[in-house]
Design a protein around this ligand. Structure first.
Ligand code: BGC
Length: 751
């Protein structure tokens, strides 16, 4: 017995020694007891220059299972993974697909470094939320954070680690299709929205339910000339610092893991190779710790810009500026080894870039469990769940903006028992969805037709198409719509543009309502029935003609999965609309760019008044049709008693601004109370109004609330042309109101 015990003890001892030995044999980068930085340093020591170049390479993926894998292109990509030449894929999605290619990376490549999977999850992965521009009209930062968190939850369950969102480009040009991806025209608001979205997407990046954000497009991409995609940008340094850069800065401060170079030039130097932007501003001034990825092919396209002679030169110039990962132009994976050999790029520079990418692979826990995001069971449970859809409905209804209402037609009366629903976009699900829908499926969405049927019963809705997908109409289509209108109590006409005309590479010179739809509305108007116009569009359109052809106008944007239910809730008053515009709606295309925070000029035109020899148009007003911050409710709000706590403050002090807001109507409602300032005289001229605060409040019918804001020196500051913060003494006007135009005013001095 004693002998048996001895053998057993010996056995244990050997086991212990081998275990200890194997844990000391473990390469340091696999040792979870060490810090991430120690693990990175060890890994970098073991990697060849080709493997390092591979980490900087992001390829467009595709399908890596089943028959698709027989495609030579896909096979070639798998081989590149085996050879350690791919650090990240974009456009590989789904737990199964991501797992299949991750297994090759981890099990068949020399170093077994896991791959980062990225995708454009712009407003939802499977459950589709309103487009970001619409979502921003809710002025509900918490809601936006929750929406992003759900996008992250669904994406992460489908194997993704990273999305190319949020887009934080400020734009004042609705011809640019990409305005649908942003938060509108205001820099201050854009920064807050960006931070909320990043928080929702990333959380602390320490579980498998959040993903990395990628702030894009750095920088000033929203300023593309004439709203044309991929076009030239020319902005002054003052505009760069004050208007364009602050949203990226707010994103860096919010902890964004990654940032994307933009396609355009800044001061004549392409952003992807612009060391002022990437090295000086982003890394040195703002202390950005994450990594920088190019936009699609933007390293290689340095040649088209006329900034690099060939691929090798392009790779060198991009990397030397501080940019890091090469999305799809393949110039880095191809040429980095030679550039290092020739001494054009140092190993230290390479290690710095590669280390930043590896950092996130460690931080996400991929070295411990490369498949933790690729979980088919979780994917099945999480995607398009009823809970996610319930949130999408909330988000959609709060994104809708009521632009016009004579209070006789909306909310729909119970007696409006017969509705003529007109317009292709009320029924065609494809047109309700835009270009950036990740893995969403239009078939899953609720159309306006279905939403109204759900709410009011199928019997009360008579549908007619009104116009064709190519924006033509015919006598037959118009007659059918008119006949339906004649038999109804109210007409609901859905007009605008197909959602497919919003997003990247969808710039439009003409953002008027198509002529066929105008013709249709004119015919419908002759019936004498009230006409509720619903506008389906990914951008503010010119609605000037619609003002006279409608009884009410509802800006529905592109609302995602729950479109129909959200629209029905708003039309029936089950939800009292509370959205406010975040981009001015132009009066005419020729007015673009038109925005609330414009400058006074030497010859400001009075509004209203005589504009002779002033800065004006002879044929149209200067003012947009609907200003920034504008939106109606089924109730009304009155503002009174604007008070400042002091008439003068020192730079170390702050001033309290208070105002009374009363719900003067008959319905409970929400109001977005907005605070603006104007710096009347400054060493660099300042806009006529600048948003500096807002609060979305609930008021019961008849209820009043005092709303308070605080303004401190930071709110009164601006940047000079070198990015230095300036706070200057002088007089400031303070405005408070329910939009950027109709406000109460007071003023104080900064001493
Ligand atoms: C767009 C980016 C996008 C990328 C990847 C580019 O063309 O400009 O916004 O994230 O493609 O799809």
């Amino acid at each position: 017995m004693k002998k048996v015990l001895l053998v057993f003890q010996l056995f244990l001892l050997v086991g212990l020694i081998t275990a200890q030995k194997s844990s000391t044999n473990l390469p340091a980068y696999k040792n979870t007891q060490l810090s991430i930085n120690q693990r990175i340093a060890d890994l970098l020591k073991r990697m060849t220059i080709q493997e390092k170049a591979g980490q900087l390479n992001q390829l467009n993926g595709g399908v890596f299972t089943g028959p698709a894998l027989n495609d030579p292109g896909q096979k070639g990509k798998v081989q590149m993974v085996r050879d350690g030449k791919v650090g990240s894929f974009l456009n590989v999605t789904g737990a199964k697909e991501t797992r299949a290619i991750q297994e090759v990376a981890v099990k068949e490549s020399r170093m077994g470094i896991p791959i980062l999977f990225a995708f454009d999850v712009i407003h939802g992965y499977k459950t589709i939320f309103p487009i970001p521009l619409a979502e921003a009209c809710s002025w509900d930062l918490k809601q936006m954070e929750i929406n992003s968190a759900i996008s992250a939850k669904e994406s992460s369950a489908a194997g993704l680690h990273w999305t190319f969102a949020p887009m934080v480009d400020i734009s004042t040009d609705p011809r640019w299709g990409r305005v649908m991806e942003g938060a509108g025209e205001d820099t201050y608001y854009g920064g807050l929205v960006a931070a909320a979205r990043i928080k929702g997407l990333q959380g602390n990046l320490d579980d498998a339910a959040h993903i990395m954000a990628c702030v894009k497009h750095f920088a000033a991409y929203g300023a593309v000339e004439a709203g044309r995609e991929y076009n030239h940008v020319d902005v002054s340094r003052v505009a760069l610092w004050n208007k364009y850069l602050p949203t990226y800065k707010a994103s860096v401060d919010a902890g964004a893991a990654t940032i994307m170079n933009s396609f355009n030039v800044v001061d004549g130097i392409p952003a992807s190779a612009n060391s002022f932007l990437v090295d000086d501003v982003l890394k040195k001034r703002w202390g950005f710790k994450g990594f920088v990825v190019s936009d699609w092919g933007s390293f290689g396209e340095l040649i088209n810009h006329g900034y690099a002679t060939d691929d090798k030169d392009a790779a060198m110039k991009a990397l030397l500026s501080g940019s890091m990962m090469d999305m799809e132009s393949k110039v880095v994976v191809e040429h980095l080894p030679a550039l290092v050999k020739e001494g054009k790029i140092t190993m230290q520079q390479v290690d710095e870039a590669v280390g930043k990418i590896l950092y996130y692979k460690f931080k996400l826990g991929l070295f411990e469990d490369p498949y933790k995001f690729s979980d088919e069971a979780r994917e099945k449970a999480v995607l398009f769940s009823p809970e996610n859809r319930a949130v999408a409905l909330k988000a959609a209804q709060s994104s809708i903006v009521l632009l016009k209402n004579n209070n006789q037609v909306l909310p729909l009366k119970k007696s409006a028992s017969k509705i003529a629903l007109v317009g292709l976009y009320a029924k065609s699900k494809e047109d309700m969805f835009d270009f950036w829908i990740a893995n969403g499926d239009a078939k899953d969405a609720v159309s306006i037709y279905e939403g109204l049927q759900n709410k009011l019963g199928a019997g009360s809705i008579d549908y007619s198409q009104g116009y064709n997908a190519d924006n033509t109409t015919s006598e037959t289509l118009i007659n059918e719509a008119v006949k339906s209108a004649n038999n109804a109590d109210v007409v609901i006409a859905t007009i605008g543009l197909s959602g497919k005309l919003g997003g990247e590479e969808r710039s439009l010179a003409n953002i008027n309502i198509p002529e066929a739809q105008i013709q249709l509305l004119k015919a419908l108007q002759k019936t004498g029935k009230p006409i509720v116009v619903l506008v389906n569009s990914g951008r503010p359109m010119v609605l000037t003609q619609i003002q006279d052809l409608s009884t009410a106008i509802v800006q529905c944007w592109i609302l995602g999965t729950e479109t129909g239910n959200a629209v029905a809730n708003v039309l029936t008053g089950a939800y009292n609309p509370s959205g406010k515009t975040v981009m001015s709606f132009p009066y005419a295309v020729g007015q673009i760019p038109v925005y609330y925070n414009h400058f006074n000029t030497n010859r400001p035109a009075p509004d209203p008044g005589d504009g002779a020899w002033k800065s004006r148009y002879r044929d149209i007003p200067n003012q947009p049709l609907y200003p920034f911050g504008y939106g109606l409710s089924y109730t009304t709000f009155a503002y009174s008693g604007l008070k400042l706590s002091a008439s003068a403050i020192a730079k170390t002090e702050s001033v309290k601004v208070s105002v009374n807001v009363t719900n003067t109507g008959k319905m409970d409602g929400e109001e977005v109370v907005q605070l603006y300032i104007r710096d009347l005289t400054a060493s660099i001229v300042r806009p006529v109004k600048e948003l500096k605060g807002f609060q979305k409040i609930n008021l019961k019918a008849g209820e009043s609330k005092s709303v308070e804001f605080t303004l401190s020196a930071k709110d009164l500051s601006f940047y000079d042309a070198n990015g230095k913060t300036i706070v200057e003494a002088g007089k400031f006007n303070v405005f408070v109101g329910g939009d950027s135009k109709n406000t109460l005013m007071s003023s104080f001095d900064l001493k």
